[in-house]
Design a protein around this ligand. Sequence first.
Ligand SMILES: Cc1cc2nc3c(=O)[nH]c(=O)nc-3n(C[C@H](O)[C@H](O)[C@H](O)COP(=O)(O)OP(=O)(O)OC[C@H]3O[C@@H](n4cnc5c(N)ncnc54)[C@H](O)[C@@H]3O)c2cc1C
Length: 638
Amino acid sequence: MSKEVEVPPISRPDETFIRRAVEEADVNVLRLALYQQTHDPKLANMRVERSLRFGVFAEYSLASGHEGEVREKAIAYLLSGDLNRLEVPSRDETAELMAIFLDRKLSPEEVNFGHEELSFDVHPRDVAWGAKPSPDQLSSFQVVIVGAGISGMAAAVQLARLGIPYRIVDKQKGLGGTWFLNDYPEARVDISTHIYQYKFEKNYPWKSQYASQDELLEYLEHIADKYDVRKHISLETEVTEAKWDPSAKRWNLDIKNSDGSKEVLSANVVISCSGLFTTPKLPDIEGIEQFKGKTVHTTSWDHDFTLADKSVAVIGTGCTGCQMVPGLAPQTDSLTVFQRTPSWITPVPNYKSTTSKELRWLFDSLPGFWNWSVFASYVADAQFQDLQEIDQEWCKNGGTVSERSESLRELLTMYIQSKFVAQPKLAEKCTPSYPPFARRIVIDNGWYDALNRDNVELVTDGIECITEQGIQTKDGVIREFDLIVFSSGFSVSKYLWPVNYEGRDGATPEKLWDKDGARAHLGMTMPGFPNFFTFYGPNGQSRGGGFHSWAEIWSRYVGSLIVQMIETDTQELEVRQEVFDDYNQRMDDAMKGMIWESEGNGGYYVNEQGRSGVNMPWSVHEFYEMVREPKFDDFNWT
Ligand SMILES: Cc1cc2nc3c(=O)[nH]c(=O)nc-3n(C[C@H](O)[C@H](O)[C@H](O)COP(=O)(O)OP(=O)(O)OC[C@H]3O[C@@H](n4cnc5c(N)ncnc54)[C@H](O)[C@@H]3O)c2cc1C
C-alpha cells in the first residue's frame, strides 16, 4: 500500500444503527473495504460464487457461510476500528484486490479500466505536463468547448487542471445538457449512479441509486461550482458556423448570443460536446400542424399545463415514452399510447428506492466502501455487452443471436405474460419481434401496470394522420385528444448539425459523411478538420461503462494531444486520412458480428443508410485500450 489519504473524522452511531447499516450493505463490497483496512487474511480467502440472475447475468456473491462472518467482522470493526485512514493502493495492488473481489484473475485491460473505476486516485484519468509551459505560452492558447453537458464539463475540468484557458458555450438557458433539456415527468437515469458519475468526484451524496432528472442536474450544478467551471460557461450562446482559418491556424466560431447579438470567437482548438440527443425529432405524420389542441415534445414539457380531466395521446414507446406514461396516466382522464415498435422492458430491483441514512453513513464512514460499490456496478454493467454479439455457431444451428440472448428473451417474455395474465392479446402487442439489446432496452418504471389501468389504451394500428381534433389510425378510427405528447426522440444521426463546420480546403461533415453517415476516428477526429474533436461522436456510444467515465477518457485523450501540441509548439494537428480509413474499415468488419444492423429493425442505433452509426462494435475493454492514450503517429503535426 502506498499513500494515505485523510478522511474526515466521523461520529459513531450506536450498535443497532451500525448493524442495520451493515445488513443493508453488499457483502462483497463490504468485505473488500474491510480487507483494505484490516488485511485480515480470512477476508481474502473466501470463495465467491458466480450465480446467474435471470439465467443470464452473473452475480458475484460470497459462498454461503461467509456472509455472516463478514458482517460480524464489519460490525466489530465499525464499532472499534480506526476509520480515519484510507490507504491508496497502487495499480498492482488494486489488481490483487479486484481478483479477490471476483475470485478470478483479470486481463490487463480489465485491470487498467478497473483501477480507474475504483478511483482511489484523486483524478484517476489525469493528464500531466512533460514540461509545463510558461504562463505566457498558456495564456495565448484558447480552447472552445461547445456544450455544457457531462462531456463538456469533463473536458473543462481536465483543461482547468492543466491550466489551459477554455470557454464553454451552450445554447440552452442552463448547464447540464440532456439533463437540463429533458425534464418531462418521471425522467430518471436507467443505470446505477454508482457508475453514472465522474470518478474525480468522490462519494457524492446521491439520494437514490437511480437518480431522477432534478438530482442529476443538481449534481452537474455541484460539479460546475466545485471545479470552478461555471464562470467559464456562456449560456444561451449558440455556435451557428465555424470555419478553420488556415493562415492563423485557428477556428473562427460565429456565435449568436441570447439578445440576438453576434460575435466571433477565435480558438486554437474546438471540442464539440454537442451531444447525440440535442435535436428533437417530430414524427413524420401528415396533418401535425392541423391539430387544434395542445402538442408538446418531451424536450419542451409544459409544467403549467394541467392534465386533470384531459384526454392525452402519447406517440412513441421508446425509453422516454415508457418511462413517462406510468406517471401521466393517473393524472389524466384518459391516456392513449400509440406504439409502432414495442421495447424490451426489464424490471430493476430498487429502481426508485432512496439511500437510507444507514447506508449513507457507511459510504461516509468506511473508507473504500464507496469505491468498491462503484467497482461492483461497473462489473455488473459490463456484462450486458455480450448480449449484443452474434454467436455464429449458435445461429448456424438455427438459434437467434446467442444462447444467452435467447434465455433473456424468454425471461422477458415471461415477465410480460405475468403482467397480462387475463389479457394475452395485450401481452402479444407488448412483445417485440427482435432480440433484446438490438434496440435500447428500457427499465420498467411501471409501464405494464399502467397499460393495465382502466383509463389507458395501447393502440398498435398505424397512424394515418393527425386531424384538427385528434389522431386517425389506419383502420379509420379517429380518437379525439386535448394534448398530444410526441415522445419521438431525437435526430441522432445529425451529428454536429445544424452548425456549418468548414475545415481545411472547404471540408464539411456533409461531404465527408456523404456515403453512409457520420464517421470519426475513435469517434473523435476527422481528416480535414484540424484541431477539432468530438465527444460522444459517431459510433462513440460504448457497449458498457458509465457515460461520465467515457467523458473522462475522451478528455484524457484530447488533453494529452493538446499538451503535446503546446509542448512541441504545434499549430495544426490532424488525423491522417489512412488512419481514419483503416479505423473505419476495422469498425465495419467488427460491426458484422453485432446485432444492431441485422436484428434491430432500425431504431436509433441504425442511421438512414442502414448502417449502425451510434454504437461501438468493440467491447468496453477493447475500445478502452484504443483510447487510453493517443498514438501520436496517427496525426499530422505541423
Ligand atoms: C432522456 C434521456 C435519458 C437518458 N438516459 C440515460 C441513461 O439512463 N443512461 C445513460 O448512460 N445515458 C442516458 N442518456 C444519454 C445521455 O445523453 C448521455 O448520457 C449524456 O447526457 C450526454 O452528455 P453530453 O454532454 O455528451 O451531451 P448533452 O448532454 O446532450 O449536451 C450537449 C449540449 O450541447 C449544447 N449544444 C449543442 N449544439 C450547440 C451549439 N451549436 N451551440 C451551443 N451549444 C450547443 C446543447 O444545448 C447541450 O446542452 C439519456 C439521454 C436522454 C436524452
